[in-house]
Design a protein around this ligand. Structure first.
Ligand code: ADP
Ligand code: MG
Length: 254
C-alpha cells in the first residue's frame, strides 16, 4: 500500500469517508497552490463538514416523502391576493417552527395549498429540520398498521421524531371512531414537540362532521388551533388559470 491509500483507509476507519475519497484532489490543490499545512487541514475539515451537511439534506429529503418537489421561490405570491408579501416572508423565516406554531392552509382546490406546504417543508429541511409529508389517508393507514408492519412502525417513528409534520388534505376521508382516536393521540404527542402544517379545503368547523365524534374533534381542534396561524388561500384555481389548452392555437374563422 502506498502512502495515499494507507491514509485513505485510515481516514475511512476514522469515519472520514468523504475526505478519504476526495483526498487526492485536496492534496493536489494544496501542492499546486503552495498552501500552508493549516490551510490544507482547514480545507479538509471544511470539505468533510460540507459533504456531511449535503448528505444529511439528501437523507432528510428522502425521509420527508414529498409527492414532488416544489420550492417557495417558485410560489408566486402576487397570484395570492389573500397573503401579503410580508406574511409570506414571515412564513419563509420559519421562526414559527421554533415556537411550535402550526400553520393551517385553507382554500378550494388548486389555489396552491400543497405547493406552499411542500415549499415550507423543503425550506425547513435546508435549514436543518426534520420534516415529514403525509396525506391523511397514508397517516391513518400507518397509524392503524403501526403494530403490524415494520414499514409503518418506521414511518410512525419518523413522524413522531419530526420537527415539522405536514398533513395534506385533512379530512379528505371520513374517519371511524378508532381512527379518530389514533389521530387524536398522535396530535397529542406532537403538540409539544413539533409544528404541523395542515392543508384542507374544509373550514375547521366542518371537520367535526367528518371526524364523527364531537368530543374527539374538540380535543383535536383545541390542540391544533391553540398555537396556530390560519391562512385562507383564495382566488381562482392557479391550475385552471394557467392550464394549457389543446384548442389554444386554433383559429375561430370557420
Ligand atoms: P391545492 O393543494 O390548493 O389544491 P396545489 O398546490 O396542488 O393546489 O396547486 C395546483 C398547481 O398550481 C400546482 O402545480 C402549483 O404548483 C400551482 N400553483 C398554485 N398556486 C401557485 C402560485 N401562487 N404560484 C405558483 N404556482 C402555483
Ligand atoms: Mg393539494
Amino acid at each position: 500500500m502506498n502512502q495515499l491509500t494507507t491514509l485513505q483507509s485510515k481516514l475511512k476507519s476514522l469515519r472520514l469517508a468523504e475526505t478519504a475519497d476526495h483526498l487526492p484532489v485536496l492534496l493536489q490543490e494544496a501542492e499546486s497552490n503552495d498552501e500552508t499545512y493549516a490551510s490544507m487541514l482547514m480545507k479538509m475539515v471544511n470539505y468533510e463538514q460540507l459533504r456531511r451537511d449535503e448528505k444529511q439534506v439528501e437523507k432528510r429529503l428522502k425521509w420527508a416523502t414529498f409527492p414532488y418537489q416544489k420550492t417557495l421561490d417558485s410560489f408566486d405570491v402576487s397570484e395570492q391576493q389573500s397573503m401579503s408579501k410580508k406574511q409570506f416572508n414571515k412564513l419563509k423565516e420559519l421562526l414559527w417552527i421554533e415556537q411550535l406554531f402550526n400553520i393551517i392552509l385553507l382554500g378550494p382546490p388548486g389555489v396552491g395549498k400543497t405547493h406552499l406546504a411542500i415549499g415550507l417543508g423543503m425550506q425547513a429541511i435546508n435549514q436543518g429540520y426534520k420534516v415529514i409529508f403525509t396525506s391523511m389517508g397514508d397517516l391513518i393507514h400507518a397509524l392503524k398498521t403501526e403494530e403490524i408492519t415494520r414499514k409503518s412502525q418506521t414511518r410512525m417513528k419518523r413522524i413522531r421524531n419530526a420537527e415539522l409534520v405536514i398533513i395534506d388534505d385533512l379530512m379528505f376521508m371520513a374517519m371511524d371512531q378508532h381512527e379518530a382516536n389514533l389521530f387524536f393521540h398522535l396530535i397529542n404527542d406532537l403538540y409539544n414537540n413539533a409544528s404541523i402544517v395542515l392543508t384542507s379545503n374544509k373550514a375547521p368547523k366542518e371537520w367535526g362532521e367528518l371526524l364523527g365524534d364531537p368530543a374527539i374533534t374538540t380535543a383535536i381542534l383545541d390542540r391544533i388551533i391553540h398555537r396556530a396561524e390560519i391562512i385562507h388561500l383564495n382566488g381562482d384555481s392557479y391550475r385552471m388559470k394557467h392550464r394549457s389548452s389543446i384548442f389554444e392555437e386554433e383559429s375561430v374563422t370557420n
